[in-house]
Design a protein around this ligand. Structure first.
Ligand code: PHB
Length: 391
């Protein structure tokens, strides 16, 4: 009898301990659900961001504020319905503390309602349409916005003999932002956009559009295409001899993406773009970043997507440290707002009101340096807030 009672008691205690242990194990894990396009048209974005997130963790350890940080990477193939389903599964089944990634605008927007309903911070590391941060109060952005990059180029162009421009953009959120903000600012500075062309996001054929541009003979063609599509534009631009016809190619830095730039050939030399990140950014922090990134990834050069992922991890880690691993989504979100730090891109901060990134925008020109093609920065507009937020 005594023995039986003792047995029951000990097993009950053991079960409780086991359960407690289980809770403790769960409690001690901090999960980041990283949803990225790992396959399909936007796969380079996924590859760059995953590599950057893993580098950040390798450099900073996976124990933060007593929690073991766990990265759960999911491939959404850049289909927004898939992004949404994965986000839901990550929140409900995995109980992730943070959702992160989001290679394209439609994927970021598709997840916003899940972030809001579950009070889970959603760290947007890639997508760059201005309005994204307004889709949920739980969204924080570490990439950039197209208005940010575009207005800076529209400041530079008219001062450099570019008055008559044709724009060519991918026909969705970021492209429409780029088209609009570039045009408005160019007109303000005495220039004009004589034609606005839009190409489909999926499998675009640039040829007929470029033929039209040739016939219109503008001073320059302003381009926005998402990361990964720049090389195709450059190739067709050069094949059609547009540069020889006296038409300059300008754009946001997405077109001379560091992931592809080195393979674009000498025809890319001289192309001027505006952006927040160049692998050639001359700072000690960036040199260290580029070197470590290359070392960990068979010589791969980080692009602006990588830096968005790296800094996004920084924002999450610091929020976890500040909340001492005790807070829920709201506490984490509060600790993300207002963070200010030196990124490989230069100084940046997360505006506490808008939850959007404020950063320098650089004017860069493609040059050959040490045998390789780089976006070499030659001017900077400091602390640019998203112009889309002031309307
Ligand atoms: C976006 O879909 O928001 C996006 C994707 C790639 C870029 C920029 C913006 O390079």
């Amino acid at each position: 009898m005594m023995q039986k009672r003792f047995f029951l008691k000990t097993t009950a205690v053991a079960a409780l301990a086991l359960a407690a242990g289980h809770v403790l194990a769960q409690d001690n894990v901090f999960k980041i659900g990283l949803i990225l396009p790992m396959t399909g048209q936007q796969a380079t974005t996924g590859r760059q961001i995953e590599a950057a997130a893993r580098l950040y963790m390798a450099q900073n350890g996976d124990m933060v504020a007593g929690k073991k940080v766990q990265l759960i990477v999911k491939d959404d193939t850049s289909i927004p319905d898939v992004t949404k389903r994965l986000a839901q599964e990550l929140v409900v089944n995995e109980k992730v503390n943070v959702l992160a990634g989001f290679g394209i605008t439609p994927s970021a927007l598709a997840t916003a309602s899940i972030a809001t309903q579950s009070k889970t911070p959603q760290v947007v590391m890639a997508a760059a349409t201005s309005s994204i941060t307004e889709a949920s109060p739980y969204i924080v952005r570490t990439s950039f916005t197209l208005p940010q990059a575009s207005v800076s180029l529209a400041e530079w162009a008219p001062k450099n003999g570019i008055k008559k421009v044709v724009s060519l953009v991918s026909d969705y959120g970021p492209g429409i932002d780029a088209e609009k903000y570039f045009k408005e600012r160019l007109i303000l500075n005495g220039g004009q956009v004589i034609e606005s062309l839009r190409v489909p996001l999926r499998n675009p054929d640039f040829a007929p559009f470029l033929q039209k541009v040739r016939d219109l003979k503008p001073d320059a063609l302003f381009v926005f295409v998402p990361s990964g599509a720049g090389a195709a534009v450059m190739k067709q631009f050069l094949e059609r001899g547009m540069d020889k016809a006296g038409i300059r190619l300008i754009g946001t830095g997405d077109v001379t993406d560091d992931d592809q730039l080195n393979d674009m050939g000498d025809g890319a030399i001289g192309v001027v773009t505006s952006h927040h990140y160049s692998a050639a950014h001359p700072s000690a922090v960036n040199k260290k970043f580029v070197e470590a990134f290359g070392k960990a990834n068979k010589g791969m050069r980080p692009n602006f997507m990588a830096v968005g992922g790296y800094d996004g991890m920084r924002v999450i880690y610091e929020a976890l440290k500040v909340t001492k691993g005790q807070g829920g989504g709201d506490a984490l979100l509060a600790a993300m707002k207002g963070q200010i730090f030196e990124s490989p891109r230069g100084p940046m901060f997360i505006d506490a009101q808008t939850r959007d990134v404020v950063q320098n925008i650089y004017l860069r020109k493609v040059e050959r340096k040490d045998g390789q093609l780089y976006n070499v920065e030659f001017d900077v507009i400091k602390d640019v807030k998203d112009p889309g937020k002031t309307k």
